[in-house]
Design a binder for this molecule. Structure first.
Ligand code: 6PG
Length: 278
């Protein structure tokens, strides 16, 4: 199996700093090459500090935000001002400080659907129309080639809101409604992108930190490959990048090829390639 690039940092703050730089560079490169950048961001607790780095100098000034389209990998079936909303964190921590044109901030239309009594399936269908109308390049399987995808990984191995043994795999729709999970919080209905969009992405970036994720990383990079069981294993491929802190990386199988960054990338520290031997 062609393995992804894994970089380990001392602490979560270092991971977030590096992730912000990777996202910024991916957006800059996309705009340079194609005049536009499509970024799918994620939910949960992972993106918060990454957003703050992007909203601060120098990244606030170096990213061509006016050419960026922002999408969500998934969101929860909650009101827009609910702390569980994935869009709310982005509005609060990033979008109030960077000039992404409002018609290029593609929030899943959950609030509108709640107001009119429409179900998550209607939101999924509407979001898919919006995404299809955005003129995205498609891969051979007909899924959109997103320039940068930020992925968080659940302790059960999910990504987006694609949980173990998810039915989303059987449906070619780009966007789908997901019933509230019973095994992991938050136990609310979701709307999620199709997991095949991870495979189509130009720069998929997984950001994982904390000791609570060590165990699942051991499974994801272990000898068993089963993306239905662990959808986050879709990110275990050439071209994907994983940024981990030491706590999460402690779960990696011995011998997993990694590089380690000893300090924030802008200090000029170059990572050393070492075979990981916890
Ligand atoms: C969501 C996210 C989900 C998240 C992982 C990791 O809506 O919950 O899209 O896929 O990225 O569950 O979440 P944490 O970063 O909070 O651990």
């Amino acid at each position: 199996m062609d393995e992804p690039e894994i970089t380990i940092f001392p602490a979560p703050g270092d991971v977030s700093h590096a992730a912000a730089g990777r996202i910024a560079q991916g957006l800059i490169d996309a705009v340079t090459e194609r005049g536009v950048a499509h970024w799918v961001t994620t939910g949960g607790s992972t993106p918060g500090l990454i957003y703050r780095h992007l909203a601060d100098s120098p990244l606030r000034e170096t990213v061509p935000w006016e050419h960026v389209h922002l999408w969500w990998s998934d969101d929860r079936w909650v009101p827009p001002d609910d702390v569980l909303s994935n869009a709310l964190a982005c509005w609060d921590l990033l979008l109030r400080d960077v000039p992404v044109p409002l018609d290029q901030v593609h929030v899943m239309p959950i609030a509108e659907a709640m107001a009119t009594g429409d179900p998550p399936e209607v939101v999924a269908a509407r979001y898919e129309v919006t995404m299809r109308d955005a003129g995205l390049d498609l891969d051979d399987a007909g899924f959109p080639r997103i320039d940068v995808i930020l992925v968080g990984v659940g302790s059960d191995g999910h990504l987006f809101s694609v949980f173990p043994d998810s039915p989303t795999w059987a449906d070619p729709s780009w966007v789908q409604a997901v019933a509230a999970p019973t095994h992991i919080a938050p136990r609310v209905a979701r709307v999620t992108l199709n997991p095949n969009i991870v495979t189509a992405a130009r720069r998929p970036l997984a950001v994982v930190h904390g000791a609570a994720k060590a165990s699942i990383l051991g499974e994801l990079f272990g000898p068993v490959v089963d993306t239905r069981r662990w959808p986050a294993q879709l990110m275990r491929r050439a071209g994907a990048a994983w940024l981990l802190d030491e706590s999460a990386a402690a779960g990696l199988p011995s011998g997993t090829p990694v590089r380690r960054e000893a300090a924030a990338p802008d200090t000029g520290e170059s990572g050393r390639s070492v075979a990981w031997t916890p």
